[in-house]
Design a protein around this ligand. Structure first.
Ligand code: WTA
Length: 650
């Protein structure tokens, strides 16, 4: 049975504008050649790029080692230093080029040239060494979105220590779990920070985390971001600036093996506790480097702003490592998109002449609610490319981003990837013709396919399980200290034990374009028809009175699953008959957009969706509400817990 009927009906095609094509380092011909080479010689393709793009202290002779599959290893006998590859390599010709433009929550601005960044990283690398940290030790970084976070990461890379950045919005409990799992020797934090005008007490969360357990931690280095008082525990805590006093501006980078871990990053799975995704040094850096060149076409005159926090993978690959490795100027921003008002992102783009802007659909939708007037007040004419990541982008938000922010002239680079993949996997190049809501095609060297439930490869037009058939350099190496979990989570197919199973469902249209339908568990089966929750959301959001929507399945006697919709309006919630009329109208609207089969059975309203502080919608909670179950899940990561009460009232 074909699933196309239930899949997005988007048909618009946007060719890349001429000026974009002219400027692109990779044009359509080069791209074709790259694809051809990659499919003929997978390992040779990646190995040649690794030789060309990275600087090795010891060249590798082995491209891919499959002897311990599915624990794949790349460039195994090579040695390099990641920090050298991000910073020192630019000192000959770009020492005075701005590496980081930083804007604080309250509008304070700082700039670091590559030379200044080099000196700071070296000083901090010397500091870490003086505190007894050496190659292979784990360091937890729990910092605000300030340059010192990147300096700390780069300094770890310089000495070969393995960092694990924990997002500053995680609680003390979550922080403790991660510190313990990683067995960290040292924690780097900040006294407090300001976000959206609010004070974030980072150091006191570290204190609380270290109260129980965490015996491995010997030192806490505290960067004083604000004038707020901070309690320091003598013998354990040290002030960043005091520790660094007298340290040299030079530190000889420590060569590491290509396979030595660069970092761990904890991420949630569908079950169990967060997993420490372990990334390599050589392979990770290669894809981080390449995708910044390929997807964002970064050149010397670019100013690249990726809004992700360094606590997430996007902040690793598109803030701390990749763009520096290609010698770009990046923007780092400490605040939130809506403070002091919802024009803040556009003000930052204007003031720092941002040319490439990369954010998440949730942010776009949130800002869309405020209309076009705010962005129109700012000069966004320098913008050239707009990126998106994190979830499928509904065509409605895509069009707004494209037309209002991008003047209809900036390609939307919709990048599909995961913490585990390390870097972009399915995404357009700037020259690629675009379809709103599709992440287009796999990168050269990424062998993606779609399988049915029995594991047969599906042709175009059919939805199923997204898998990656061949290893790629920046793939997850293992789950920290848990090889079994690595295998059972990512390589669960008995008949294809070396296929990486993504956990998303997807569909490939007749042109070979990929459409991500959402996590496997978000795909509904209604009366035998497969429906992506995203397409129903997309339909709802295309209604003029809907700002945001999330859809989940709930068990249904007759249909198998029924569709439950959680809706945020951009008008005041109507009462009585008007409310019922609106519900009927929304059901009709979905019916019109997709078909009667997709009509939500329930529609509930709230002033926002339940989201984690990183902006991910907490669907588990919605599923419980949809089923009428008591909420037993952990709601501590929820941004605003009052939302649950609103939705629980029918
Ligand atoms: C989803 C974030 C559709 C997907 C980099 C994936 C996307 C999960 C996209 C990984 C996209 C990410 N289109 N879905 N462009 N990008 N996703 O680990 O479900 O936080 O599996 O990595 O986000 O989330 P993670």
């Amino acid at each position: 049975m074909s699933n196309i009927e239930s899949i997005l009906t988007e048909t618009r095609l946007f060719e890349a504008p001429e000026p974009i094509k002219k400027r692109a380092a990779i044009n359509e011909d080069t791209l074709e050649q790259m694809r051809a080479k990659a499919s003929k010689d997978h390992v040779g393709f990646w190995s040649d790029l690794a030789k060309e793009k990275l600087i090795w202290t010891k060249p590798f002779t082995v491209g891919l080692d499959e002897s311990n599959a599915p624990h794949y290893q790349w460039f195994t006998d090579g040695e390099l230093n990641v920090s050298y590859n991000c910073i020192d390599r630019h000192l000959d010709d770009k020492a005075d080029k701005t590496a980081i433009i930083f804007e604080g929550d309250t509008g304070d601005v700082e700039r670091y040239t590559y030379k200044e960044l080099h000196d700071q990283v070296c000083r901090f690398a010397n500091t870490l060494t003086a505190q007894g940290v050496s190659k292979g030790d784990r360091v937890v970084i729990y910092m605000p979105m300030i340059p010192q976070a990147v300096i700390a990461m780069q300094a770890c890379a310089r000495i070969g220590a393995i960092h694990s950045v924990v997002f500053g919005g995680f609680s003390a409990e979550a922080l403790r779990d991660r510190i313990e799992n990683a067995g960290a020797k040292l924690v780097i934090t900040s006294n407090t920070s300001k976000r959206g005008g609010k004070t974030i007490p980072l150091k006191s969360a570290v204190d609380a985390a270290l109260e129980k357990g965490c015996d491995s931690v010997k030192r806490v280095i505290v960067y004083k971001r604000t004038a707020d008082e901070v309690a320091m525990q003598s013998g354990r805590d040290i002030d960043w600036l005091e520790a660094e006093a007298g340290m040299s501006n030079y530190h000889e980078p420590v060569p590491v093996n290509a396979e030595d871990p660069l970092f761990l990053l904890y991420t949630s799975g569908s079950t169990g506790t967060p997993k420490g995704v372990q990334h390599s040094s050589g392979g990770y850096l290669l894809n981080a480097h390449l995708t910044n060149e390929w997807m964002f076409d970064l050149k010397d005159d670019d100013v690249f702003w990726c809004t992700a926090d360094v606590g997430w993978i996007t902040g690793h690959t598109y803030v701390a490592y990749g763009p520096l490795s290609v010698g770009a100027t990046i923007v780092m921003f400490e605040g939130v998109p809506t403070y002091p008002d919802a024009g803040r992102f556009w003000q930052v783009c204007q003031d720092h002449a941002v040319t490439v802007f990369y954010t998440a659909p949730t942010a776009i939708r949130a800002l869309m609610k405020f209309g076009a007037d705010l962005p129109n007040q700012y000069d966004l004419s320098k913008l050239r490319l707009l990126g998106t990541v994190g979830e499928p982008i509904n065509p409605e938000a895509w069009m707004w981003y494209h037309d209002v922010i991008g003047r209809g002239e900036c390609p939307i680079i919709d990048t599909w990837w995961q913490t585990e993949t390390g870097a972009h996997m399915i995404a357009p190049f700037p020259v690629t013709a675009l379809k709103p809501g599709s992440c287009t095609q796999p990168l050269p060297g990424i062998d993606a396919a779609i399988l049915d439930e029995e594991g047969n490869e599906l042709g175009r037009g059919e939805g199923g399980l997204l898998v990656i058939k061949k290893p790629w350099p920046s793939m997850i190496r293992t789950v920290w200290n848990d090889d079994d979990r690595y295998k059972s989570t990512y390589f669960p197919l008995a008949h294809q034990p070396n296929y990486y199973v993504v956990g998303d469902s997807a569909y490939q249209d007749k042109d070979g374009y990929f459409w991500i339908l959402g996590r496997i568990d978000d795909v509904l089966n209604v009366s035998g028809h497969r429906l992506g929750t995203m397409e129903i959301e997309s339909a709802l959001v295309s209604h003029p009175q809907v700002a945001e929507a999330a859809v989940v399945g709930r068990p249904h006697d007759v249909k198998g699953e029924a569709v439950a919709a959680f809706v945020v309006l951009n008008i005041d919630l109507p009462k009585g008959d008007a409310r019922s009329a609106l519900i009927a109208e929304l059901r009709e609207h979905v019916s019109k957009e997709i078909g009667p089969i997709a009509k939500p059975d329930d529609i509930r309203f709230g002033t926002n969706l339940p989201k984690t502080r990183s902006g991910k919608i907490m669907r588990r909670l919605l599923r419980s509400i949809a089923k009428g179950e008591e909420i037993t899940q952990d709601t501590s990561t929820l941004e605003d817990s009052t939302i649950l009460d609103q939705f629980q009232q029918k």
